[in-house]
Design a protein around this ligand. Structure first.
Ligand code: SF4
Ligand code: MG
Length: 325
């Protein structure tokens, strides 16, 4: 299996500024040393509560944000080391689908302009007739009739707008797509249609996805592997079945405890999450989850647990799984 993306110890800190001089007084450690690989053709889901750094991870990967530390290798090239020209050359291959189909589309542009813009911009297609054909074909692939090409975003429903957002990413023939909460703004009845569209497109075109969501059931549906993030760190990463049937990190167990169980007879360890998520500007020492973890031990406050393979590529960062504790 071929690795398309390697993330190594990725960090993204945002400065906290204060006072008239806007001096930096601290940092929000939005992403604080995250590592994982994505294999060509798979879907890696990333879940976690809002503010855990999953969106920032996605944006730092495709360099919508400059990283603070670590490396991101896309097809073997470190994305943050590329110069402007080199970055521009690989941009079409890494595309993003955004959460809000209402604000992510320019209301003054037609569907044709929205979907065709980047093709023109990158000089991939310059002929107007050819561009129109390509846009029509692409929106049809996304389940929108080609005659919609001259309409404006406000003329469409939320689900249709997200199809336009997907078509915009698709037009560039990407290899890798980051979908950041792509269905969270949509009615539940529409969510499945969009998820199925993404899965069908993956089957036809062999896309690799990084799928970011706070919704465990959506992630379970679409992903091959799942990573769980908490306060800027990845705490567990496993194939979907292992993650949902046998979660090993107490935080994952808590998230799954809170989710509705499709089979009520299935046994599941129930952990109730208490307390608020601490501020990423001032995260707890040791294991960042220790302030909310029912199993916290003295070592958890002092030592950062190592993110380790516990067998079958099931990675977990928790002292409970280390032999001497
Ligand atoms: Fe809980 Fe300690 Fe494991 Fe963190 S390392 S999840 S505090 S048991
Ligand atoms: Mg987000």
């Amino acid at each position: 299996s071929e690795i398309i993306l390697s993330v190594r110890d990725l960090k993204k800190y945002f400065p906290i500024k204060a006072g008239v001089l806007q001096k930096t007084v601290g940092h929000v450690k939005a992403v604080d040393g995250v590592s994982f690989d994505i294999v060509k053709g798979e879907t890696l889901g990333i879940v976690g509560e809002s503010g855990c750094g999953k969106s920032t991870t996605g944006r730092a990967i495709i360099r919508l944000f400059e990283k603070t530390g670590g490396d991101v290798y896309f097809n073997g090239k470190e994305v943050h080391s590329l110069n402007h020209k080199e970055l521009r050359a690989i941009r079409p291959k890494m595309q993003m689908i955004f959460q809000d189909p209402y604000s992510s589309l320019n209301p003054r542009m037609t569907v044709g302009q929205i979907v065709g813009e980047a093709l023109l911009d990158h000089g991939i297609i310059t002929d107007k007739v050819e561009l129109r054909k390509k846009v029509m074909k692409t929106i049809e692939e996304c389940g929108l009739a080609s005659y919609h090409i001259d309409r404006y975003p406000h003329e469409f429903s939320g689900g249709q707008r997200q199809r336009i957002g997907i078509a915009r990413a698709l037009a560039l023939d990407p290899d890798f797509i980051i979908a950041d909460e792509p269905v969270s703004a949509l009615d539940v009845s529409i969510q499945a249609q969009i998820i199925n569209l993404l899965m069908d497109l993956q089957k036809e075109r062999g896309f690799t996805y990084l799928f970011i969501s706070h919704d465990l059931s959506v992630v379970e549906h679409i992903s091959t592997r799942v990573g769980v993030m908490y306060l800027g760190s990845m705490v567990e990463l496993a194939n979907k079945k292992d993650m949902y049937k046998n979660p090993l990190h107490p935080y994952t167990q808590a998230l799954l405890s809170a989710a509705p169980v499709p089979d009520p007879t299935a046994e599941r360890k129930r952990i109730i999450l208490t307390g608020d998520i601490p501020s990423p500007a001032n995260p707890p020492s040791g294991c960042k989850f220790h302030t909310r973890c029912p199993y916290a031990m003295p070592i958890c406050k002092t030592d950062i647990p190592e993110f380790k393979d516990r067998g079958n590529k099931h990675f977990v960062a928790c002292h409970l799984l280390d032999k001497n504790n």
